[in-house]
Design a protein around this ligand. Structure first.
Ligand code: AMP
Ligand code: MN
Ligand code: MN
Length: 316
């Protein structure tokens, strides 16, 4: 796909990612806005997002311009969905999706079935930012676009660590670092650095984690009382599941936090033996082979039992 060709002569473009935006989501939406502004000056471009995206990304161009209110409810000619596996994850930006003349979806979730008019979905890509890079004309890339793409790749690949990094992903990174930004500083300040209370709650989650299935699975949970005590929001819990996964012998790590009474947001990470996207889909979620998520109802133990039944099926 060539993004500019797909946009054509449209004069207004709405861009949105998924609810509870992560690094790849924020970076891909802001990269697209910066790119279009550079390539098509005069075209109206708005990025819609919710939940006050993490302030660690405030160094990205356009961060302060993101529309958090989803208003005014105007029609945009083109709608671009990024890093979003299904329309129910668009949240309130669904309005702009439904009212656009043309919809475009760029993503890397294997569970994405191509819900837009035009779709570019590459499950083999490490991030939406990687897919996006291949849709851009190099002549309209600049430092602002490059730093966004770099940030998205860093976040969705766990700093180039996960198996989703291909030769092509590394080649893109190689090209991006030719632009003017401080990559190591971005990695350290946006990926590794956590606030004191975030580290405290990570410590609690590790202390209270439970190994099961002969040490092949690990699970931990943060309830609302704990979140209130440490005064943290869900977005501050990013990374806990990855730390759980770093336990030797563990094939599948499960982390969940309490969203409401008997309702949990579940994150899963796999070493490869289990396709956690399949597990998530069973309960209405989605994601990738090695990283997936879902929202589930029931007690903490109901949720663990339901998940472990599905995980066990794949282990045998
Ligand atoms: P998380 O653990 O929430 O960071 O999610 C891991 C991966 O699964 C990300 O790529 C998410 O976009 C995806 N994901 C998380 N929750 C859901 C869900 N409810 N439905 C579909 N995909 C999800
Ligand atoms: Mn994402
Ligand atoms: Mn992504």
């Amino acid at each position: 796909m060539n993004l500019l060709k797909e946009i054509g002569n449209a004069k207004s473009i709405a861009i949105a990612g998924h609810i509870r935006p992560d690094g790849d989501c924020i970076s891909s939406t802001l990269a697209t806005m910066a790119y279009i502004k550079n390539a098509l000056p005069g075209v109206k471009v708005t990025v819609f997002t919710q939940d006050n995206p993490p302030t660690i990304f405030s160094y990205l161009e356009g961060y302060d311009e993101m529309n958090l209110t989803y208003s005014p409810k105007e029609k945009y000619e083109v709608f671009i969905a990024l890093d979003c596996s299904s329309t129910d994850r668009l949240g309130e930006s669904m309005f702009f999706f439904e009212n656009a003349d043309k919809t475009i979806c760029i993503d890397h979730h294997e569970t994405n079935n191509g819900f837009a008019d035009v779709n570019e979905i590459k499950p083999e890509a490490c991030s939406t930012c990687e897919v996006l890079y291949d849709t851009f004309d190099k002549q309209y890339m600049n430092d602002s676009v490059a730093v966004c793409l770099f940030s998205g790749i860093v976040h969705d690949s766990g700093v180039f660590q996960y198996s989703n990094m291909s030769r092509h992903s590394f080649e893109i990174v190689g090209d991006l670092v030719e632009y003017d930004f401080d990559g190591p500083k971005i990695i350290s300040e946006t990926f590794y650095e956590k606030s004191y209370v975030q580290n405290q709650i990570l410590g609690r989650a590790l202390l209270e984690s439970i190994l099961f299935m002969d040490g092949k699975c690990i699970v931990s949970m943060v309830d609302r009382k704990m979140m209130e005590f440490y005064n943290v929001l869900p977005k501050h819990l990013d990374g806990i599941v990855n730390q759980l996964k770093n336990t030797r012998g563990v094939e599948v790590a499960i982390f969940m936090y309490e969203m409401g009474t008997q309702r949990y947001k579940v994150s899963m990470r796999s070493g490869g033996a289990v396709n956690v996207a399949k597990v998530a889909i069973t309960f209405g979620g989605g994601g990738h082979e090695r990283a997936a998520g879902v929202e589930m109802n029931g007690t903490y133990y109901d949720v663990i039992n339901a998940l472990s039944r599905e995980i066990e099926k794949q282990m045998n």
